[in-house]
Design a protein. Structure first.
Length: 332
């Protein structure tokens, strides 16, 4: 239920999702970045409290300093389901969604992001996009785990994958994924590489069949699979609601909504509308220009408008590790 502390004054709402399980630090970092960088355009501020059991937490104290309008949801579901709950309650024409780990890194950031929709026929603009196919990326990630020899069997690898995603904060899961991908990219091939590779391919074939842990990957287009990342994006509120799938109750469905064949991006394109990524320089980039935008996993990411846990993780990698992620995201 929404508890709106102030009347709305704009047709544009900035909606920030604060997930309680991630702790107060990401929320404090976002609020500090919001306070440090002027938005450049009038807007209303709405915060989503996801998974809060108490109304007087340290996150609440931080949020209410700048975000007077609050919507509370349970921790069930995903970022997109929380965004959908908020969008269904709000009256605004346009909405900007930011996830828990988002941090603003440019003055006039909101005016720049809003300008991404200024061209007639543009239906979606984001701070970052990617050509990555989760199909090939997950295979590389799991190959890294399989070849690392830290796990005794494919069954143990499957159990670990489920456990860490369920129990650990997202930042630790991100670090595990990065380590596995980087290991796969940089490690020398073992002497029994042929046998080990055959074992992995057999394991992967089983797990991507119907009923397997990764059966949903076959639905995801192969590289290049252009999609706007949902950490920070702007869209017409009703358009967003119209693109939501009939069911969004599993992690697999959440993955497919971001980068599957019926993703938010693909649905906008099928409407005959354009997609843009916007940099901190205020320039909008169409899909063909994304690899030269200086944003997500590109060089030093100097042109980011909004950063997040994934862009910060990329900055922390060494040269070889960065190369692995660049190739995964943008090809060679």
């Amino acid at each position: 239920m929404a508890d709106f502390a102030s009347a709305y004054t704009s047709n544009l709402a900035v909606i920030y999702l604060a997930r309680f399980a991630e702790g107060p630090k990401p929320v404090a970092n976002f609020i500090e970045s919001y306070n440090r960088h002027q938005a450049g355009i009038v807007h209303d501020r709405v915060a989503i409290r996801k998974g809060f059991s108490d109304e007087n937490t340290s996150q609440d104290t931080i949020l209410r300093s700048l975000f007077p309008n609050i919507i509370s949801v349970s921790d069930d579901g995903f970022d997109i389901t929380a965004f959908a709950s908020a969008a269904a309650q709000l009256p605004h024409k346009h909405v900007v969604f930011l996830n828990t780990f988002s941090e603003i890194v440019s003055d006039d950031w909101l005016a720049k992001l809003r300008s991404g929709l200024s061209d007639i026929g543009t239906g979606l603009a984001g701070a970052t996009g990617s050509y990555e196919s989760l199909h090939s990326s997950m295979k590389q990630y799991n190959r890294g785990l399989f070849n690392s020899q830290f796990l005794p069997s494919p069954g143990a690898m499957r159990h670990l994958s489920r456990t860490v995603r369920k129990l650990l904060p997202r930042r630790f899961v991100d670090q595990l994924v990065a380590a596995a991908v980087a290991y796969s990219a940089r490690s020398p091939q073992p002497q029994n590489h042929g046998v080990q590779n055959d074992e992995f391919e057999a394991f992967w074939a089983r797990e991507t069949r119907p009923g397997g842990l990764f059966d949903y990957l076959h639905a995801i287009p192969l590289y290049p699979n252009a999609h706007v990342r949902t950490n920070a994006f702007i869209i017409q509120r009703q358009t967003f609601l119209d693109t939501l799938p009939s069911s969004l109750t599993t992690k697999k469905q959440a993955y497919l909504y971001e980068s599957g064949p019926d993703s938010l991006t693909q649905k906008i394109l099928r409407r005959g509308e354009q997609i843009r990524i916007v940099g901190c320089n205020g320039q909008s980039y169409n899909i063909e220009q994304w690899p030269k935008s200086g944003t997500f996993r590109l060089g030093d990411q100097h042109n980011l408008l909004v950063q997040d846990n994934q862009t910060r993780l990329f900055q922390s990698l060494n040269r070889a590790e960065k190369r692995a992620f660049v190739e995964m995201t943008w090809g060679s």
